[in-house]
Design a protein around this ligand. Structure first.
Ligand code: FAD
Length: 416
């Protein structure tokens, strides 16, 4: 039976993840007497924070000009350029510093707590909600929300909760049921697809090279404008590494439409071009003419990969550079700059996956994060149609949107 709880909360935050905790804490930080409740569906809060960054929690990325920072978001780039002016990577760094958490920056710009443990962030949030008397209900999924006379009524399996404002921080999901309470409120959503996945090519000969890594590859999708550069890793099931994750993010919608069946064309080093490789091969002929091609790979191709590329270019183990024909040269060059791999399916195992899609930004006031059609309903985090590349960008979007929602709810509370 559904129980009616008497008092009306100032704010109920739906979802006890990164954006939920950060918005709740920021509301009370700015409005000491606000009554705030976090309602979490599962029995455990901050579960993604816990496993994030391999247990180290990549909280943000080092500050960059807002325009450059925003370029790391396949969805939300334009909007975040504006939002970062309110709360950026520098601001979250300061916020954690004020809470005595030292962050460190790795050479690639990713920032982690110095402790190298996500528990540091979880402990900080837990301490803050206790200090600020923020209430928490776990194992309570919000299944319905209705609004009457400026009051929201939230239904869980066991009770009805009343509140003046809501921050929806329910995170992402590719399952539309996840958003059913929002759909009932007629809050528009975009299509939903996974992002940040690796490519399956289990039948491909490359699987014998599992573990081979190329630090500066260039990968593109055949018959598409999608192209990315970066480290590439050959795995037992196909292709992985930052270059592939970036392709999956920028191509989240397009690759879903192709039902994850497409060809990837690999250029094994980003400086490889036809002209460059012709010169390299001419140099090999001049300088190592009598040497076996098998034993003199072109830099930076690892030996195991080189042997496979030669085999597929009909170059036998005995052939020397002096003996290479035009036909074989051309075939080898093609395999070095445009090696095709047929992809069938995707894998998100152990990866930092996120949802491409969610609450449509068109229907959100970007100065406040409030719904344009349902006043009093605010949004933060991955529930929105905002998602970033790996590197701390997804948490930064959660902090930024949560801060703005909190700030504007407090402005409204102060007016009442
Ligand atoms: C394995 C993994 C590692 C990651 N590592 C990183 C990283 O290092 N750096 C980075 O920037 N990003 C990382 N990400 C992405 C990042 O974790 C998310 O983008 C971020 O957690 C989003 O925060 P959120 O609060 O919006 O959503 P979530 O963290 O998903 O939290 C949403 C919460 O809402 C609850 N909820 C949902 N529906 C309801 C409901 N109806 N009623 C009540 N509660 C509900 C959920 O149970 C959940 O606890 C990682 C993701 C994964 C999966």
């Amino acid at each position: 039976m559904t129980q009616q709880t008497g008092s009306i909360f100032d704010v109920v935050v739906i979802g006890g993840g990164a954006s939920g905790f950060f918005s709740a804490i920021n509301i009370v930080e700015k409005h000491r007497s606000a009554s705030v409740l976090i309602v979490e569906k599962t029995h455990q809060v901050l579960s993604k924070v816990k496993v994030s960054g391999g247990g180290r929690c990549n909280v943000t990325h080092q500050e960059l000009p807002f325009k450059t920072f925003a370029k790391h978001y396949p969805r939300g780039e334009k909007e975040l350029r504006l939002l970062f002016q309110e709360f950026s990577s520098t601001d979250i760094q300061k916020w954690f510093e004020e809470k005595n958490i030292t962050l460190k920056t790795e050479s690639d710009g990713r920032m982690f707590p110095e402790s190298n443990s996500s528990q540091t962030i979880i402990d900080c949030f837990a301490k803050e909600i206790q200090k600020k008397n923020i209430q928490l209900k776990t194992s309570s999924a919000v299944i319905n929300v209705r609004k009457e006379n400026d009051i929201f009524y939230l239904t869980t399996a066991t009770e009805e909760i009343k509140t003046r404002y809501i921050v929806a921080c329910t995170g992402g999901s590719q399952n539309s049921n996840h958003y059913s309470w929002l759909q009932k409120l007629s809050q528009p959503l975009t299509t939903l697809h996974p992002s940040l996945f690796t490519f399956n090519a289990a039948d491909h000969v490359l699987k014998n090279l599992a573990g081979v890594a190329l630090p500066h590859s260039k990968v593109r999708i055949r018959n598409s404008k999608l192209i990315e550069e970066g480290p590439l890793l050959i795995t037992h099931w196909g292709l992985s590494g930052p270059a592939i994750l970036k392709l999956s993010a920028w191509g989240a919608v397009e690759l879903a439409e192709r039902q994850y069946e497409f060809d990837v064309l690999i250029c094994w080093a980003d400086h490889f071009t036809e002209v460059y490789l012709k010169e390299e091969i001419n140099t090999c002929i001049k300088e190592h003419g009598k040497k076996k091609i098998y034993n003199t790979p072109i830099d930076p191709i690892p030996k195991r990969l080189w042997e496979l590329l030669l085999l597929q270019s009909d170059i036998t183990e005995e052939l020397t550079w002096n003996g290479i024909s035009h036909k074989k040269t051309n075939k080898l060059i093609e395999h070095l700059i445009s090696y095709p791999v047929a992809v069938k399916g995707k894998t998100t195992f152990k990866e930092e996956f996120v949802t491409a899609g969610g609450v449509s930004l068109q229907y959100i006031n970007l100065h406040t994060m409030e719904s344009k059609n349902i006043p009093g309903l605010y949004f933060a985090g991955e529930v929105l149609n905002i998602d970033g590349l790996t590197g701390g960008f997804n948490f930064q979007a959660a902090w930024t949107t949560a801060f703005i929602a909190a700030k504007n709810i407090v402005i409204s509370l102060n007016k009442k």
